[in-house]
Design a protein around this ligand. Structure first.
Ligand SMILES: CC(C)(COP(=O)(O)OP(=O)(O)OC[C@H]1O[C@@H](n2cnc3c(N)ncnc32)[C@H](O)[C@@H]1OP(=O)(O)O)[C@@H](O)C(=O)NCCC(=O)NCCS
Length: 194
């Protein structure tokens, strides 16, 4: 049984320990062709694990991928569609695999000030629980500093224990808790300043 089949069959134990990671070669890249296949496998994992805080682009054809990369490049260069702010998207990779995604928003709008903040992130489920979320966030904070965002805002649901740990291990200071309405549900949301 391969990793994705294992996940879809609910065999999380098998699924979660089946990806080898080169910890000496972790780095952020802009989303690119080199890791696209690995990224598409990871999307299956996100779906299997019902990760909802992550917007999956639909990439089935070469054209979809080209369009996706172009959209991200425009966002990075400051040309955001109406209602969105410019943002830099990154993938955490180890030279072989896609491992996680991160977004650094160049500024906040009203909606991001409540939910979303400057930095968003995820790690593919097959790599959870090995310190990678913590490492990736540290790298994203460095990217934010390069964009002259010295104290980024990070928001996180009050029941997302893994994310709370990742933020606090990176020195996040809890500055506020507010309630947001998400998909019809009230969600207590933590605001951290990094
Ligand atoms: C949040 C997320 C990025 C964490 O990634 P990760 O690589 O598993 O994080 P780490 O391995 O660095 O774990 C950090 C800490 O959280 C703990 N942790 C991990 N999963 C946990 C869980 N489900 N419940 C409680 N604690 C958890 C780890 O044990 C570790 O604590 P420790 O160092 O004291 O042992 C990952 O779970 C994810 O992608 N979640 C879905 C998307 C998401 O929630 N993004 C954040 C939105 S604010």
């Amino acid at each position: 049984m391969d990793k994705i089949e294992a996940m879809l069959a609910g065999d999380r134990e098998n699924a979660l320990h089946n990806i080898k990671i080169d910890f000496n070669n972790l780095h952020l890249v802009w989303p690119c062709w080199e890791y696209l296949q690995s990224y598409r496998e990871a999307i299956m994992e996100y779906i299997a694990f019902r990760v909802e805080d992550f917007a999956y682009p639909k990439i089935t054809t070469h054209r979809d991928a080209k369009g996706y990369f172009k959209r991200l490049e425009r966002m990075r260069k400051g040309k955001a569609p109406k209602g969105l702010v410019p943002a830099s998207a990154f993938w955490l990779v180890d030279g072989r695999n896609y491992i996680g995604s991160g977004d650094v928003r160049h500024c906040l709008n009203e909606s991001l000030s409540r939910l979303g903040g400057h930095i968003g992130y995820s790690i593919r489920p097959a790599a959870w629980g090995r310190g990678l979320g913590t490492i990736q966030l540290a790298m994203l904070i460095e990217e934010a500093a390069k964009l002259e965002i010295p104290r980024p805002l990070i928001t996180c649901f009050d029941d997302n224990l893994a994310s709370i740990k990742v933020i606090e291990k990176n020195g996040g200071i809890l500055v506020n808790k507010i309630t947001n309405r998400v998909r019809g549900e009230k969600k207590l949301t933590r605001h951290y300043e990094m």
